[in-house]
Write a protein that binds this ligand. Structure first.
Ligand SMILES: Cc1cc2nc3c(=O)[nH]c(=O)nc-3n(C[C@H](O)[C@H](O)[C@H](O)COP(=O)(O)OP(=O)(O)OC[C@H]3O[C@@H](n4cnc5c(N)ncnc54)[C@H](O)[C@@H]3O)c2cc1C
Length: 339
């Protein structure tokens, strides 16, 4: 069996396959293992309440959401039992539950059990059972322009190798597109150069405290409508001129130490005492190929998709990409054995 991608979903699938006695060869196109998981905050979570998940991601495939939500706790226990290092025993967000992992340790733990990695793009046209776990298409400017249609190219806040290889292969072999192809998860970042090690620390996550205006001064989004994850304002920013916005802060916001810390991290993108210029960035895509509850690509024998390659789980909102990768990675490996 072929596993395409040594990120969260691919490594989980390979470890599970080997546990089940299935021989898996993991291919990795990038220069290192871990994918975007390695760069992430490492919080693997689900909504505490099923109804909140449905309300916050109303366009998502309910069968897949059920699968992720119901299998999550056992899947998390499986990950902990492997020895992956836990940093938080639960999330601080009252709406969610889960754990935060040290992502270097998590990558090492999974790699130690996933078998040898072949350091090349996966062969995606073979007949043998294949799990697509290439991490979506955020790093392909062409696919982002085609499906998401931002007003300007989106800056990438993720690993650079997830260029839609899984999506292209899934479609070429007869799969179909899920709902939510025009949606993405990302963050508004300071409009200045930033590097990989600032993906988390430079995020500007205080739109709820700001007046949100575009380059033309139009207040295009009300602070009261910003969700806790702020992904709705990021997606709206992507459609404004230059994919840019200004966060304008009043005195009470400027007195909040949490806001002040983030504004200071904006550096030269803080264009006035009370104003930060932000730019929409993309972390991962929400749409992908359609899969069933066994992570099988619908309509294509022996082809599976896990993680962000599996489309339509969080359509309409935001849910944990790591949880989606964990649960669907397990499900895909188990389906290969069952099939
Ligand atoms: C800064 C940041 C913070 C984040 N914080 C969180 C968080 O706290 N909680 C959360 O749930 N999510 C978070 N995420 C999102 C999370 O990291 C992703 O949703 C998750 O990693 C997706 O898993 P995946 O396996 O689908 O993709 P990835 O983990 O990105 O792995 C995909 C892998 O496939 C490889 N690949 C691509 N094409 C090919 C090919 N043709 N052949 C072989 N290999 C290929 C890539 O190089 C990569 O290694 C964050 C992401 C970032 C960048």
């Amino acid at each position: 069996m072929i596993v395409a991608g040594a990120g969260m979903a691919g490594l989980v699938a390979a470890v599970r396959a080997r546990e089940l006695g299935v021989d898996a060869v993991v291919y990795e196109k990038g220069a290192r293992a871990g994918g975007s998981m390695l760069l992430s905050s490492g919080v693997v979570w689900r909504h505490r309440e099923w109804d909140d998940f449905r309300r916050e991601c109303p366009g998502g495939d309910e069968r897949l959401q059920r699968l992720v939500w119901e299998r999550f706790d056992d899947a998390l226990a499986w990950l902990v039992a492997l020895g992956a290092p836990v940093v938080w025993e639960d999330t601080p967000n009252p709406v969610t539950t889960g754990k935060r992992f040290d992502t270097c340790g998590l990558t090492e733990t999974l790699c130690a059990r996933a078998g040898e990695i072949e350091w090349s793009p996966a062969p995606l046209e073979r007949d043998e059972p294949t799990i697509l776990a290439t991490g979506g298409f955020a790093a392909s400017p062409e696919l982002v322009a085609e499906h998401i249609r931002p007003a300007a190219p989106l800056r990438l806040r993720a690993n650079p190798w997830s260029t839609g290889d899984g999506l292209r292969a899934g479609l070429a072999r007869g799969g179909s597109l899920s709902a939510g192809m025009d949606e993405f998860y990302g963050r508004n970042m300071p409009d200045r150069p930033w590097a990989e090690d600032e993906y988390v620390s430079a995020s500007q996550l205080y739109a709820r405290r700001a007046h949100i205006v575009d380059e033309d001064g139009v207040e295009f989004f009300r602070a009261a409508d910003v969700t806790w994850s702020e992904t709705n304002v990021v997606q709206a920013t992507a459609r404004r001129p230059g994919a840019r916005a200004y966060y304008v802060l009043d005195e009470s916001a400027l007195a909040d130490p949490d806001v002040v810390r983030q504004v200071e991290a904006a550096g030269e993108a803080r264009v006035a005492r009370d104003r930060v210029r932000v730019v929409a960035s993309i972390t991962h895509t929400i749409g992908g190929v359609v899969v069933d509850e066994g992570a099988r690509v619908v309509g294509v024998p022996a082809l599976y998709a896990a993680g962000v390659d599996a489309g339509g789980v969080a359509t309409g909102g935001y849910a944990s990409g790591l949880a989606q990768a964990l649960v669907l990675g397990l499900a895909a490996a188990e389906s290969v054995l069952a099939d």
